[in-house]
Design a protein around this ligand. Structure first.
Ligand code: SF4
Length: 416
C-alpha cells in the first residue's frame, strides 16, 4: 500500500463546507437578504454584526482557476478591453459577472448590494471593484489601510478603527439593521480558536518528512476566506485537518515519504497547477512544505505565531490584524519572515515565484532573494514565473527546468 497520503476526511469536509457556502449564499440572496461583496482582507468578523450574505470575488476566481476555467472566464473580460496584464483574479471574476455566471462552476456570485474593497493589498482592487460599482450602480466602500513597513503605528490603528465605524453606520443606514457588537465578539472568539488549529496543522511541516505539503494548506484556506470565518464550522474544520494530519503522521503516512528536498514557496498558490505540480515534485522526492501565503493567516507583521484577537476590544483587534497579508509588507518584514521559516522548518531551498498577476507580491522578490542568499549561503534559491490563476501564462517545462536545477544545487551544497 502506498504510504503517500491524502487528507480524505478533511477534503470531504472542505467540499461540503464550500458547497454549503455557495448554495446558502444563493438561496439567501434569492430570498432578498442583503448581499455584500468584499475583498479578502476585509474583516469578515466585523460584518458578522449584521445579517448579510457575504461573497468574496477573489475566492471565487481562485476556485474557477483551480477548476481550469480561468482562461475561459478571463477571455470574456479581455474581449471587453480589459488588458491581459491586469490581475487574473479580476479578469476571471469580471468575466463571470459580464457573462452573468456563465462558465462559473457555481453560476457566478449572487448580485451584490454593496461592495467593500481595500487599498493595502494592491491599487488594482479598488479599481476592479469600481467596475462592479458602475455595472450594478451600487455603493462602494473603500477601506484605506496604510502599508506596513514596521510595527503598525498607533495613528494608523485609530485611522482604521474610524473607518470601521463609518462602515458600520453605512451598513446600518443601507440595511435598516442594528449592528450587534456581541456577534462580532463571538466571531472573534471563534476565529482565535480556528487559527490556533490552523497553526497546529501548519506546524506539522516541521517533522521530517513533513506531515503536510503547502498544497494542502492552499486548498484548505478557502473556508477562512468565506462567511464560515468566525463560526464554529471553521474551528471544527481546522481541528479535523490538524487531527487527521497528525494521525496520518503517526501511521507513517506523509505527502512525500522519501522526502529529500524541503522547499519554501513565496507567493500566491498556482491554483491551476495544484495537483500536477505537487505530483511532479513528489516524483523528484521534493516537497514544498511551507508557504509565506498561508503562513500569514492570523498573524501580524511577518510573524509566524498567531496574533490573538481580543474579543473585549473587537474593532481595535480587527484593525490591528488588518495588515495580516504579505502584499502590504516592506522588504525587511518579508525578509524576517522568510528567515524564520527557513530556520524553523529546516528549509533546503526557496522557490520565489514571480507572479505575472500579483505585482505587489512579486515586486521586491529579486531583492528578497538576494538578501536570502547572502544570509543563508548554503540555501539555494530560484525565481520561477507563474500566474496564479491564468494558465496561459505558465510554462511547465521552463518552471521544472529551474526547479530541477535548484534540486541539483541543493545536492551540490550538501556535498560541500
Ligand atoms: S494583484 Fe495581487 S493583491 Fe491585487 S487583487 Fe490580484 S492577487 Fe490580490
Amino acid at each position: 500500500m502506498s504510504k503517500t497520503r491524502r487528507l480524505e476526511k478533511s477534503a470531504k469536509n472542505l467540499t461540503k463546507m464550500m458547497g454549503m457556502y455557495y448554495t446558502y449564499n444563493k438561496i439567501q440572496a434569492k430570498k432578498g437578504k442583503y448581499v455584500v461583496w468584499i475583498a479578502i482582507v476585509v474583516p469578515i468578523e466585523l460584518l458578522k454584526g449584521f445579517d448579510l450574505v457575504i461573497a468574496v470575488p477573489e475566492n471565487h476566481s481562485a476556485m474557477c482557476a483551480a477548476k481550469k476555467l480561468g482562461p475561459t472566464l478571463a477571455e470574456v473580460a479581455e474581449s471587453k478591453g480589459y488588458s491581459m496584464d491586469l490581475c487574473s483574479y479580476a479578469r476571471i471574476d469580471m468575466g463571470s459577472m459580464f457573462g452573468k455566471g456563465k462558465n462559473s462552476p457555481i453560476g457566478g456570485l449572487p448580485k451584490p448590494d454593496l461592495l467593500i474593497s481595500n487599498t493595502n493589498n494592491c491599487s488594482l482592487l479598488s479599481k476592479w471593484f469600481d467596475v462592479y460599482h458602475r455595472e450594478y450602480d451600487i455603493p462602494h466602500f473603500i477601506l484605506d489601510v496604510p502599508f506596513c513597513y514596521e510595527r503598525q503605528k498607533e495613528k494608523d490603528l485609530h485611522y482604521i478603527v474610524n473607518q470601521y465605524k463609518d462602515l458600520i453606520y453605512l451598513i446600518e443606514d443601507l440595511t435598516d439593521q442594528k449592528f450587534d457588537i456581541e456577534k462580532v465578539k463571538e466571531a472573534i472568539h471563534q476565529t482565535n480558536k480556528a487559527i490556533s488549529q490552523w497553526k497546529r496543522f501548519l506546524s506539522s511541516a516541521a517533522h521530517h518528512p513533513s506531515g503536510i505539503s503547502a498544497f494542502d494548506s492552499f486548498v484548505h484556506m478557502a473556508p477562512y476566506l468565506s462567511s464560515h470565518r468566525g463560526t464554529p464550522l471553521i474551528v471544527n474544520h481546522f481541528k479535523l485537518l490538524a487531527d487527521e494530519t497528525e494521525k496520518r503522521m503517526e501511521e507513517g503516512k506523509f505527502p512525500v515519504p522519501e522526502e529529500k528536498y524541503r522547499l519554501l514557496w513565496d507567493n500566491i498558490a498556482p491554483w491551476h497547477q495544484l495537483r500536477p505540480m505537487s505530483k511532479k515534485l513528489a516524483q523528484l522526492n521534493a516537497n514544498i512544505i511551507y508557504a509565506t501565503y498561508t503562513s500569514c493567516m492570523g498573524t501580524i507583521e511577518g510573524k509566524l505565531a498567531q496574533f490573538p484577537l481580543d474579543p473585549s476590544k473587537p474593532l481595535f483587534s480587527l484593525a490591528r490584524i488588518q495588515n495580516a497579508t504579505v502584499c502590504p509588507y516592506g522588504l525587511e518584514l518579508r525578509f524576517n519572515a522568510i528567515s524564520k521559516m527557513i530556520r524553523r522548518y529546516d528549509i533546503d531551498g526557496v522557490v520565489f515565484t514571480s507572479n505575472f498577476s500579483c505585482k505587489p507580491y512579486s515586486l521586491m522578490q529579486l531583492d528578497l532573494m538576494r538578501k536570502t542568499k547572502k544570509k543563508f549561503p548554503s540555501i539555494p534559491c530560484v525565481m520561477i514565473n507563474v500566474d496564479h490563476a491564468d494558465v496561459r501564462k505558465y510554462n511547465e517545462e521552463q518552471v521544472f527546468l529551474k526547479i530541477e536545477a535548484l534540486l541539483e544545487q541543493i545536492d551540490n551544497s550538501r556535498q560541500k
